[in-house]
Design a protein around this ligand. Structure first.
Ligand code: C2E
Ligand code: MG
Ligand code: MG
Ligand code: MG
Length: 282
């Protein structure tokens, strides 16, 4: 009967919900000790200039190295930490690790590549961002221009004026600000024109759209032209094939990040790579 069917579905969704809540509870129970024990580790993914295939920087992406569960992707824990507020503590640890790496490269005489870190909305609203970052610059003897800040597009929609003020201040201090995932959410072109960022990261949904339609190609071309008109550099995310790279080159995109070029990797592995490849020294 239909009634019987519903019962079965409800029982099913009940189970799904219960196991999801259980999983979340386990994450919440272990996050503090995981942070203290250094289980959160940064991976680095190179960013390349298309024209000469030179590496121009890297993005730090966090991984949770759990002793029992293994390597966990941010998709599993970042949304939860953004809801329960733990993200501000995790991000500070990520930025600290990124700065330690930058300092170490200086000592080793490795190329002076900037590292981009992700900044959550909570970091802007619930932390003294400029204070925290200045502290890191002092502790590790770094110049703000060596740390790029990626702020996801959706963060701009809630209280645009506060974000505009924060971003302006950060840029006055010398940090480079990137608008992450542009085109993924609901923010408008108007918002882009008001937001004082340096770099626009084009969301991977455009380049990965299947089939690759003319309309999609023209939307990307339009965004890239607009960004260049505003003197912003454009980085396309999620480039997985040679064809996608060719399409981006054809529409005037200059920088790329994606599995086709390199996946995120542990810091030691990344260092081997920069010793092999030619990088763009700043
Ligand atoms: P994001 O900042 O937009 O980072 C790009 C994501 O795309 C990364 O996923 C990266 O591994 C993935 N990616 C790179 N190239 C390709 C490709 O060619 N194809 C595909 N399909 N994916 C590609 P990841 O590392 O799983 O991170 C997911 C998101 O989690 C990030 O998106 C960012 O929003 C968040 N996140 C990661 N690390 C941190 C962090 O330390 N702090 C904060 N607040 N958020 C973080
Ligand atoms: Mg990012
Ligand atoms: Mg993002
Ligand atoms: Mg992104």
């Amino acid at each position: 009967s239909i009634k019987g069917q519903y019962k079965k579905y409800f029982a099913y969704y009940d189970d799904v919900l219960r196991s999801k809540l259980l999983q979340e509870q386990k994450i919440v129970d272990s996050m503090e000790s995981a942070l203290a024990d250094g289980e959160f580790e940064i991976y680095l993914q190179p960013k390349y200039r298309i024209r000469d295939r030179r590496m121009v920087g890297a993005e730090a992406l966090v991984r949770w190295n759990h002793p029992e569960w293994g390597l966990q992707s941010p998709a599993v824990f970042i949304p939860l930490f953004e809801r329960n507020g733990f993200i501000t503590r995790l991000d500070q640890s990520v930025w600290d690790q990124a700065c330690a790496v930058l300092q170490d490269w200086k000592k080793q005489g490795l190329p002076d590549l900037p590292i981009s870190v992700n900044v959550s909305r909570a970091d802007i609203y619930h932390m003294d961002l400029t204070d925290t970052l200045s502290g890191l610059m002092r502790r590790y003897g770094l110049n703000p221009s060596s740390l790029h800040l990626e702020i996801t597009e959706s963060a701009y929609t809630e209280n645009p004026q506060q974000i505009i003020d924060t971003v302006s201040h950060l840029r006055e201090l010398g940090y480079i600000v990137e608008m992450d995932d542009f085109g993924s959410g609901y923010s408008s072109l108007h918002m882009l024109c008001k937001m004082p960022v340096d770099i626009l990261k084009l969301d991977m949904k455009f380049i990965q759209s299947e089939p690759a339609t003319l309309v999609n190609q023209e939307i990307m071309r339009f965004i890239i032209n607009l960004a260049h008109l505003m003197s912003l550099d454009v980085v396309a995310e999620g480039v997985e094939t040679a064809e996608q790279l060719d399409r981006l080159r054809e529409i005037g995109c200059e920088y790329v990040q994606g599995y086709y070029l390199a996946k995120p990797m542990p810091v030691k592995e990344f260092e081997q790579l920069i010793k092999k490849e030619s990088c763009d020294m700043r």
